[in-house]
Each structure stands twice: as C-alpha cells, then as structure tokens.
Design a protein around this ligand. Structure first.
Ligand code: FAD
Length: 312
C-alpha cells in the first residue's frame, strides 16, 4: 500500500501511542474504529526510543492493519541500538505486513548526553531512512530499467511500494547546533529516500508556512504535513512545551489558565486547533496530521469545526 496525498478530500492522518496498560486496549480499539470512520490516509503509532514499547507498537499496528482499512505507519527509532538490532526490527515489522515507516533517530534516554555514551550505530534519522530503504529493496523483486550512463538494461530495485516519513521541525530542533541545521537534516533525510515529512507540533500557522517556504527554497520537494496537537488543559500545554521545546503560545496559555471549567478549556483547545487547521490549509498544506492522544472526540471535533469533515 502507498500513502496518496494527492486525491481529495483533504488528506488527514492521526498519531496514536501504544497503551501503557493491558486495561487500556479495549478503549483504544474503540478510538481506532472511530478515527477510521473519517477515512484517514494513515494512522501512525509511536515507538519508545530504545525499544521500550516495541512489542506493543507492533501489536497496535497489526490491529490497525487487520481491523480497519487504514494504512498503519510505524514510527521507528535507532538511538541506543546496534545496526543488527535495528536491521532485525525493520524486518520484523515488514514481516508483519507493515510497509510504511516514520524514521526517527529518537532522543537519548534521560541523563545521557550526546557525547558521553554509546548512542547507537546509526547516528541520524537519515541513516535509518537509508537502512529501511535498503532492507525493503532487498526484499522486493528487481525490475529491468535503463540507467543513464550504463549500457544495456540494469537491474533496479523497486522502491515504489514503501513510504518512509521523517520528522521536521518548523521552529528548529532543540538540540540544533546552528540556525538551519533542521533544514539541512531534512534535506539529508530526503536524499536518503524519505517520501514524506511530518512536522513537530507548532502553535502559529506562520511557523509552519514560513518553514515550508524556507525548506522549498533549500531544495526540499517532498510533502510536508503539518502536525497539529489540540491542547485542552493548562497542564497538557505545560507538559507539551517541556517535551517539545516549543515557545509557549501566550494567548492560548492565558485563555486556558483563566477558563475555570474543563468543558470550556476543551472548547478553547478545539477552537485554537481548528483555526490552525484552516490557516495552514489556506496556506497550501497538503493535508493535516493530528496528534490524537489516544482520544477520538477532540481530534474529530477539530476536523468538524474546521470544516474538513462532516461526519465522525
Ligand atoms: P535527526 O533528524 O537525526 O536529528 C534531529 C536534530 O537533532 C538535527 O536537526 C540536529 O539539530 C540534532 N542533532 C542530531 N545529531 C546531533 C548530535 N550528534 N548532537 C547534537 N545535535 C544533534 N521520538 C520517539 O522516541 N518515538 C517516537 O515515536 C517519536 N515520534 C515523533 C514523531 C514526530 C512527527 C516528531 C516531530 C518527533 C517524534 N519523536 C519521537 C521525537 C524525535 O525522536 C526527537 O525529536 C529526536 O530528538 C529527533 O529525531 P529525528 O528523527 O528528527 O533526528
């Protein structure tokens, strides 16, 4: 299967994470069924860096594959892993029928700095993209095709049935060492074979739109899907800022802090996210990727509010 962002209606997709306890599976299965009703192009499943959620990620991806018509997209990280472990992991996912990936380096575990420990054989997401591409190519039938400069037909690996997404950072990566390192990193991921980029969350449409403009000027040609996270409580906003390193969105923060009821806060979060959805689509975004937090109500309300869907 392949992810097609070209056909109408507006392509939408969701991110979920493997449940932290056995008891959470039934509710998550319901959420997946509800998300599937709006025909997302894919549902992506996070992966704990260092393999902490590996088995549960694959179980959830297999559930999406077998119980819905939606393409499952597997996040994979390589930080802290040997080449052999990562290679075996890619093969395990492919064997399970998973053909779309989000290739990430992943963050070093807490307390480990960039240079004082073994951080893995693969040093960047671009190297992981290359490895996924090569493993997939090895397993796919070759086709005969002319290669410029090589006389006669050459055997070329088919690579047209796999999607490899990568992360992109509109406001830069918190650990970037110079101003445009995040755009250079995205170019390297594209050169390695990435077919799609999904952004880190952001709170202002211009963060995304200007990033796309700068990326295009630098030579990035793959689609860049905006990653949008509806934030519906002050505590969630604080935690999100802490984890992502994004600047605090002052207006949203004040609005959530002064609203006394959870219902009111929910409405503020939905309205903020749906306004972002409308603005990035008006600015030319090729689709919308929503961080669902394993809950369908909020993200489906955002899509309805933005006029992207009428059902769900
Ligand atoms: P890379 O592109 O390889 O690196 C990103 C940036 O890190 C580079 O631009 C550079 O500025 C900096 N950098 C790279 N190498 C070094 C170095 N040696 N020293 C200093 N700085 C360096 N994490 C998970 O664990 N599991 C997930 O499922 C997951 N899903 C994600 C989904 C999305 C859409 C996004 C945006 C992020 C996700 N992350 C996840 C977080 C991600 O793993 C971290 O942001 C990680 O720090 C960077 O990963 P990357 O793939 O972008 O790495």
């Amino acid at each position: 299967m392949s992810i097609d962002l070209s056909a109408p209606p507006v392509p939408i997709s969701f991110e979920v994470y493997p449940p932290r306890s056995e008891a959470a599976w039934p509710k998550l299965h319901q959420t997946i069924q509800r998300l599937a009703t709006v025909n997302p192009r894919f549902i992506s499943v996070t992966y704990g860096a260092g393999g902490t959620t590996g088995g549960r990620s694959l179980e959830l991806l297999s559930h999406i594959l077998n119980e819905t018509n939606v393409e499952p997209l597997a996040h994979l990280t390589c930080v802290g892993s040997t080449y052999e472990t990562t290679n075996a992991l890619i093969r395990e996912f492919l064997d399970a029928g998973i053909g779309s990936f989000l290739a990430l380096r992943g963050d070093p575990p807490p307390g480990v700095s960039e240079d004082d420990q073994f951080l893995g054989d693969l040093e960047s997401a671009a190297q992981l993209v290359q490895l996924i591409d090569r493993v997939q190519a090895e397993r796919t039938p070759y086709r005969e095709e002319p290669v410029p400069g090589v006389p006669g037909a050459a055997r070329v690996a088919r690579r047209d049935n796999i999607d490899i997404a990568v992360a992109a950072f509109p406001n830069g990566h918190p650990r970037s060492r110079y101003a445009n390192e995040h755009i250079d990193a995205l170019l390297a991921k594209q050169a390695a074979g990435a077919t799609l980029a999904i952004t880190q969350l952001f709170f202002h449409a211009d963060d995304y739109l200007s990033f796309v403009q700068r990326s295009r000027a630098a030579g990035v040609t793959i689609p860049i899907l905006p990653g949008i996270m509806p934030v519906t409580t002050p505590a969630r906003l604080r935690r999100t800022i802490e984890l992502s390193g994004e600047p605090m969105p002052a207006e949203l923060s004040v609005a959530l802090e002064v609203e006394p009821t959870p219902e009111g806060q929910q409405q503020i979060g939905i309205a903020h996210a749906s306004a972002l959805v409308r603005e990035v689509l008006a600015g030319g975004a090729p689709g919308i990727h929503l961080y669902a937090f394993n809950n369908h109500d909020t993200v489906l309300a955002v899509l309805r509010d933005a006029g992207v869907t009428t059902d769900g």
